[in-house]
Design a protein around this ligand. Structure first.
Ligand code: FAD
Length: 696
């Protein structure tokens, strides 16, 4: 076995094989894959093999499309069968809501160049003769979907990698991962050690334990997933795959019989106290009790299933994640990469995922916006196994549900509370959740001042309140008070801090003490990796304030670029500071009587910060706005956040101050054209393309 390599991939499932294949294809021939047992002996060998391409975002869908591109050509390239069947797919709608969901998906698919058609129930029945059309209103048909043989695909990818010089070592278990000064140095296996600066954790359901070897949290939970196989009964061999989300089930043809599985409402997490060290090439015991719900539903759609002979019920564990998306990319340990958490889409995703991760490693950047799959989207909360488990179970059990705009997850809540929480409750807050923080979306009593006639039609109107409009108007006409404690706050300090931030930011941030600068941090292609404000607190201290969900990502981006000579310290101070935003034309009148300093325009200018007291509460006041109105963000010690809220609230009463929620912030910032990273602007956009040239 090699004793050093340019990269070591851990795990010989379809994920690891795909990353190895693409690393080799991109020219890295000095790479090795280590697998503790045999190739495909984790989740891969028992996969149902369905390959669907349409996902919830452009990047995810492009990745799946790129899988199909590879699956079409791989067999010819390596001369090994892959079992790719491009039979197309059907997704049925049996309610008006589902039809609307399909119509949206069809529009969505068009923008990606996917040939998805909306067809009638009769047309669906012709394509999939064993189905009953009862209650079916229509279907979406995607002719380029299909299914593939999981083991054949993995062996073909492995062969493609080997031919380009990659080495594969089976029966080789990684026992330790070397990390020095935050950088990977190699892996220790039961067959010897390999020095390397790049390790890819493609450990499937074992990814969490492999991550732990490097001190990296990989929030995956193995979930038992089941499907049955029927004896061949003369069904057409080219049946499309078929999903009936309302009945929670999926089907595909198998040698004239059927494969049928689904996402039950009472899922079964597995191996929570550790996966047995010899769990390879194994399945779990058939669990007919849990499968009964799916069986009943499946017979509604395919009545002949009631009499079909079941050859086998497959029950196998698979790594799911707390938000149902893959976990890909670099981690806070330099050189430690993750390619795991495929949530029963590992076959569909492998081809494109391997390409994306390999490009990211080889070229330093991914070719797509990867935020939804980025390993750094999960904060430290996911070290809490109960929280991770609760979220993951919710994701699995609601997998096929229609998710309306503004959908909020419920599991594991409440987790982080602002000190103002009891007051926000008293004021009637309708809470949402972001990165574990409870945040008001709006305050229901404000609905009385809003207009019900403005409720958006259809989908968008379901999770909505007239209060949003009322709070928006108050922000523009009087004033509104917002709790923004969940903002991620990062302090960068030290003798080298100014020079370091000047190097990393596209705007001038090392200006005089008190200056606030709106800036981005860019990648090598000029794409926007971070978008936030930087406030200079002292000659050698800066505070970065970024979106609630971006804390871990931005912290990792900043830390990974920081010098390791002790001249710069980077610290997450989110939990030490409460933050309230007071905005609107009356903000000054409300705040001035409480403030120890003059808030007059000449004394406290836009994009400046000052230490002052509001009542008895010491604050750092920032004259910035994300809603485009006069006002301040006030940062104070966490334990005084409620006192600060109460003082401002009392002063604001006579001025018509209202409590505002995040939906009003969103509506105000949209009105002013302020961007949101991850949605409006991404690592694929430069500041000039995004209209942010003024900040460069
Ligand atoms: C019942 C079922 C049905 C499914 N159906 C579909 C489907 O229709 N379509 C679809 O796209 N996906 C489906 N999936 C999901 C798909 O099978 C998985 O997403 C995919 O196989 C995961 O591949 P992987 O490489 O991440 O993990 P694995 O295949 O589990 O590979 C990880 C490997 O890492 C190895 N390993 C672990 N620890 C170490 C160590 N310390 N040292 C060395 N090696 C180590 C393990 O031995 C294992 O071989 C299904 C899954 C199940 C369970």
């Amino acid at each position: 076995m090699r004793t050093d390599a340019r990269a070591v991939v851990i795990g010989g499932g379809v994920g690891g094989a795909a990353v190895l294949y693409w690393l080799a294809r991109l020219g890295w021939d000095d790479v090795v894959l280590v697998e503790r047992a045999d190739l495909t002996s984790g989740s891969t060998f028992h996969s149902a093999g369905l390959v669907g391409q349409l996902r919830g975002s452009l990047s995810l869908t492009k990745m799946m499309m790129s899988s199909v591109d590879l699956y079409r050509s791989l067999e010819d390239e390596v001369g090994l069968e892959t079992g790719w069947h491009e039979v197309g797919s059907l997704r049925l709608a049996s309610s008006e809501e589902r039809m609307e969901e399909l119509a949206r998906q069809a529009g969505w698919a068009q923008t990606f160049g996917l040939p998805l058609d909306l067809i009638s129930a009769d047309e669906a029945g012709t394509l999939f003769p064993p189905m009953s059309k009862d209650g079916v209103l229509g279907a979406a048909y995607l002719p380029t979907d299909g299914y593939i043989d999981p083991s054949q695909l993995t062996f073909a990818l492995a062969e493609g990698a080997r031919r380009r010089g990659a080495e594969i070592k089976t029966n080789t278990r990684v026992t330790e991962i070397g990390v020095e000064r935050g950088q990977v140095t190699g892996v220790q296996t039961d067959k010897g050690s390999i020095s390397t600066e790049i390790v890819v954790n493609a450990g499937g359901m074992f990814a969490a334990e492999i991550g732990a070897l490097a001190g990296v949290i990989v929030p995956t939970v193995p979930m038992a997933h089941e499907y049955l196989i029927t004896r061949p009964s003369g069904l057409p061999l080219d049946l499309p795959t078929m999903r009936d989300p309302s009945l929670l089930v999926y089907f595909r043809g198998e040698s004239g019989g059927l494969v049928m599985g689904g996402y039950e409402r009472n899922p079964a997490p597995w191996g929570l106290d550790g996966i047995p060290a010899d769990f390879n090439g194994k399945l779990l015991a058939e669990d007919w009790d849990r499968f009964e719900e799916l069986m009943r539903n499946a017979i509604v759609r395919v009545p002949d299933l009631a009499d079909a002979e079941v050859v086998r019920l497959i029950n196998g564990p698979e790594a799911f994640t707390p938000d149902g998306e893959f976990i890909l990319g670099p981690s806070e340990v330099r050189g430690f990469w993750i390619a795991a958490g495929f949530c029963a889409h590992g076959l569909a995703g492998a081809g494109g995922m391997g390409k994306l991760v390999a490009e990211w490693i080889v070229e330093g950047l991914p070719s797509l916006d990867t935020w939804e799959m980025d390993s750094r989207r999960f904060g430290g909360d996911y070290a809490n196994r109960d929280y991770t488990l609760a979220r993951t179970v919710e994701i699995y059990s609601t997998y096929y549900d229609v998710k309306y705009p503004g959908h909020e997850r419920q599991a594991g809540r409440p987790l982080h509370l602002s000190p103002t929480y009891p007051r926000l409750q008293e004021l009637g807050a309708a809470f949402g959740e972001k990165s574990g923080w409870e945040r008001p979306n709006w305050f229901e009593p404000n609905a009385l001042a809003g207009e019900e006639s403005l409720r958006p039609r259809g989908w968008a109107g379901r999770l909505w309140s007239p209060a949003i409009g009322a709070e928006h108007r108050a922000t523009r006409e009087t004033a509104a008070l917002f709790d923004e404690t969940s903002f991620a706050k990062i302090e960068v300090s030290g003798t080298g801090a100014a020079g370091f931030l000047e190097h990393l930011c596209d705007n001038r941030v090392a200006r005089d003490v008190g200056a606030i600068t709106y800036t981005q941090m860019l990648n090598e292609r000029g794409g926007i990796e971070c978008d936030f404000t930087v406030t200079r607190l002292a000659e050698d201290r800066f505070r970065v304030v970024t979106g609630t969900a971006f804390g871990r990502h931005d912290l990792a981006w900043i830390s990974s670029h920081a010098p390791d000579d002790g001249s710069v310290a980077v610290e997450d101070v989110t939990s030490t500071l409460a933050c309230l935003g007071l905005w609107g034309p009356k903000a000054r009148e409300i705040l001035q009587p409480l403030a120890t300093e003059s808030l007059a325009d000449d004394d406290f200018k836009y994009m400046r910060s000052r230490e002052l007291a509001i009542g008895a509460v010491p604050c750092l006041a920032l004259r910035v706005t994300y809603v485009g109105e006069l006002g301040w963000e006030l940062y104070c010690p966490m334990e005084q956040g409620l006192e600060l809220w109460d003082a401002i609230w009392a002063s604001g009463k006579e001025h018509g101050l209202v409590a505002g929620g995040y939906k009003a912030i969103d509506s105000c910032r949209l009105e002013k054209g302020y961007r949101v990273w991850g949605a409006d602007i991404t690592p694929e956009d430069t500041p000039y393309e995004a209209g942010l040239g003024f900040a460069v």
